[in-house]
Design a protein. Structure first.
Length: 95
């Protein structure tokens, strides 16, 4: 009977270990996807900032680069950074 108890405990431990490994693998995949998406968004913002820099003054480029950097690092969300950038562009055109 003791051998059956040991086998049951060992089997339960293996099952728990597999479940934990699967959960950690899934979490790692989610983190990798989030990091890739953030990098792609930052690259898009950087490309747009470079395009704007070619058309406008260096001050405008600095504003857009700063907004892109704050969005890429998570200081502000991407929608907020986009809204701020759009607001800045509207104000800039009115001047």
């Amino acid at each position: 009977m003791a051998a059956d108890s040991v086998h049951t405990v060992a089997s339960a431990g293996q099952s728990a270990g597999r479940a934990m490994g699967d959960a950690l693998n899934d979490a790692g995949s989610l983190v990798a996807k989030a990091a890739a998406r953030t990098r792609e968004e930052a690259e898009d913002i950087w490309a747009e900032a470079k395009d704007v820099a070619g058309k406008d003054s260096g001050q405008d480029a600095a504003v857009y680069v700063a907004l892109g950097a704050t969005a890429a690092t998570g200081v502000v969300g991407l929608p907020m950074a986009a809204a701020l950038g759009a607001g800045y562009a509207i104000l800039r055109r009115r001047r």
